[in-house]
Design a protein around this ligand. Structure first.
Ligand code: FUB
Ligand code: ZN
Length: 652
């Protein structure tokens, strides 16, 4: 597509209208309360010399506040909110007070190791944190047109250009993020040094000789520094008894299989956990920490769009295919193992052990969006949608104040939604992504508009206004109303999801055939039984008239997804989906042994239940003995107290 003709997108109702309302009116304020309660914001006040105190939280805790700021800015881009604006402005003022003159901002070193910077880059996340700060600055500038935060983050970016433009490969961050941020900053400022630094960091990755010799000293130093902090904290508490009652929230509690610690050691020392095991252009398989991996791929795809690098694009396409066919859960979840927080062997997709961190699904959303922009292929928008509803959407409770971090696909108890975590990386990551949903939904130029996602929204184009009324995820009915001042020749591209079967089009009530429907060359067998490769695009090129109404009806058959025999823990079993939603059995609805049910293959029936978690479509099934089974959307499990759950079952 050529120069974008998209001026704005507003989510105006439907399923996502409610979710984004919850995000903007409740979750964002709740998250700020949690950041205050856990003293994450106080760390900036201490760094700014505004209060005395002891720094609390993980060394990368700054990033959680920056993702909150990013989310808040994106929420403000949808409309004014005086209270949120005041909170954002106050936090920006605090950041201005905490940032040093040369642009450095990282409270762990500023408070606990003053004068030290760029320490243990493989582990201590300085660049990762500055990346999320920079992204917040970009979002705030886009939302308000104000340059106050943008200037602050540019000071940090300019410091990075000064200190790293000509640095050696070992001076890369162990957790990708800064590369995404610098390319986004380049896109709003036009300052090519940011793009060049991102490019160099991406190309430097995986070129460190004897990686263990770099990592081991950093592991030892990081541990030593953490021990020193812990000792100093004990002393501080002994001198300030009022601090004794403060405790950080608990960490998440995944199920950890035997030998995982040994596998973690290998994953770290081999460099795989950080994607430092091979240069970017040889990274053709999903490897290591899943969030790090998807952020790396996102940044590489963003670079591709700036440099038209066909070789790099083919590497990304291969890596995506490998991940989707062998390393992805049926929910779109990524990351088979705790501790590693990432990928295991091909087909290692145990449902109970599944880590499938919310942030990993979010990183995959970013990557899919960039791949869709690069290639225009609907498979990427399809996986975006699938993960948005399932692997990422499950990460937040319907109340907006309870969260999952790791997202198993089977749980025999012991995993519940939590109010916050020791490492609260997921909540504000999800909030900022939801707040930007409109940016991911459409692509348009002077005579074409592509509907990547079906969300109820108002689209302002250079050449007119389009209203979309979407019944997803509960129904496949989508209505497009053309609010044009004059007739307009344009092509409308409609994604036909892999989950839909037949579809119908009606223009102003009369049947309409598309001018073309893309073919699907081949659909690979996948470990999880879901293949977004089956997505297609229907194109309609016509002179659209003011007042035209186009109705798209996407069939939403119930689908079973057979798990590959090689998949441990659920090989040969089925998962259930309808539309873009994966379903599960939860003990709240089914008082029986969830893990041994055999469901009659032809017994599935969708039923709307207005009493189910604010109103939702469930699917009823039946066992051979006539026992009824209730399947609910996977994204809704864990909202009714401690429970057991399974996505997988046998069919008879
Ligand atoms: O390391 C920063 C973030 O914390 C990672 O992306 C998450 O997996 C969590 O470990
Ligand atoms: Zn996370």
């Amino acid at each position: 597509m050529n120069k974008s003709a998209l001026r704005s997108v507003r989510i105006t109702g439907g399923f996502w209208g409610k979710r984004l309302e919850m995000n903007a009116r409740k979750a964002i304020f709740y998250q700020w309360q949690q950041l205050e309660r856990t003293r994450c914001i106080d760390n900036f006040r201490i760094a700014a010399g505004q209060i005395e105190g002891f720094r609390e939280g993980m060394f990368f805790a700054d990033s959680d506040a920056y993702k909150w700021l990013d989310a808040a800015a994106r929420i403000l881009s949808a409309g004014p909110d005086p209270l949120l604006e005041r909170q954002v402005d106050a936090f920006i003022a605090l950041l201005e007070a905490a940032q040093t003159d040369d642009g450095y901002l990282y409270t762990y070193n500023q408070i606990l190791f003053p004068g030290q910077l760029w320490v243990n880059l493989q582990l201590e996340h300085e660049l990762y944190c500055l990346g999320h700060l920079i992204e917040a600055g970009v979002a705030h500038y886009a939302a308000t047109g104000e340059t106050r935060l943008l200037n602050l983050v540019r000071r940090s970016a300019d410091l990075l250009v000064r200190d790293f433009m000509d640095a050696a490969p070992d001076k890369t961050d162990g957790h990708e993020e800064i590369e995404i941020a610098l390319i986004r900053l380049y896109r709003v400022t036009g300052d090519a040094s940011y793009l060049e630094l991102a490019r160099r960091w991406l190309e430097r990755r995986g070129r460190i000789r004897g990686y263990p010799l770099l990592l081991l000293p950093q592991l030892i130093s990081t541990a030593r520094r953490m021990r020193s902090v812990s000792g100093r904290r004990k002393l501080y508490v002994s001198q300030h008894p009022e601090h004794a009652g403060f405790h950080l929230p608990a960490h998440n509690t995944p199920k950890v299989p035997r030998l995982t610690w040994l596998r973690l050691i290998y994953d770290l020392l081999s460099g795989k956990n950080f994607q430092q095991n091979a240069p970017l252009r040889r990274q053709v398989v999903a490897v290591g920490h899943a969030v790090r991996f998807t952020y790396l791929e996102t940044a590489a795809a963003m670079l591709c769009r700036e440099t038209n690098d066909a070789d790099l694009l083919s590497v990304l396409e291969r890596a995506w295919d490998h991940m989707v066919t062998r390393h992805m859960y049926v929910t779109g979840g990524l990351g088979s193992l705790p501790l590693i927080e990432g990928f295991g062997h091909d087909y290692e997709l145990d449902p109970e052990v599944a880590y499938a961190e919310t942030c990993a699904a979010i990183g995959s959303l970013f990557w899919n969006h960039e791949m869709a922009l690069l290639t225009g292929r609907p498979r990427y928008d399809d996986l975006f949608e699938w993960q948005l509803y399932n692997a990422a959407g499950v990460g937040i409770g319907i109340d907006g104040c309870s969260y999952f971090y790791n997202n198993p696909l089977a749980c025999r108890g012991g995993i519940s939604r939590a109010p916050w975590f020791l490492v609260p990386c997921c909540p504000s990551n999800l909030s900022r992504t939801w707040a930007a949903l409109g940016q991911y939904a459409y692509r348009a130029d002077a005579d074409e508009i592509h509907l990547s996602q079906y969300v109820t929204s108002a689209i302002e184009l250079d050449w007119g206004r389009l209203e979309v009324d979407s019944g997803l995820p509960w129904s496949g009915d989508v209505r497009l109303s053309f609010d044009l001042s004059t007739a307009r020749l344009a092509t409308l591209d409609l994604r036909l999801p892999a989950w839909s079967g037949a579809f119908e089009l009606h223009l102003n009530g009369s049947p309409l055939q598309p001018d073309s429907v893309t073919d699907v060359a081949s659909v690979p067998a996948t470990a999880c039984g879901f293949a977004p490769h089956a997505a297609r695009v229907a194109a309609i090129r016509r002179v659209w008239q003011p007042g035209d109404v186009l109705d798209l009806t996407l069939d939403m058959p119930i689908r079973l997804h057979r798990q590959h025999e090689k998949v441990r823990g659920c090989g040969g079993m089925d998962a259930l989906s309808r539309g873009p939603l994966v379903y599960c059995l939860e003990s709240v609805d089914n008082q029986l042994d969830l893990f041994s049910v055999v469901v009659e293959r032809d017994s599935f029936k969708p039923v709307y239940d207005e009493s189910l978690l604010g109103g939702a479509w469930k699917i009823e099934g039946r066992r051979a003995d006539g026992t009824k089974l209730i399947f609910i959307p996977y994204m809704l499990w864990g909202n009714r107290g401690p429970s057991q759950m399974t996505v997988f079952f046998k069919t008879g």
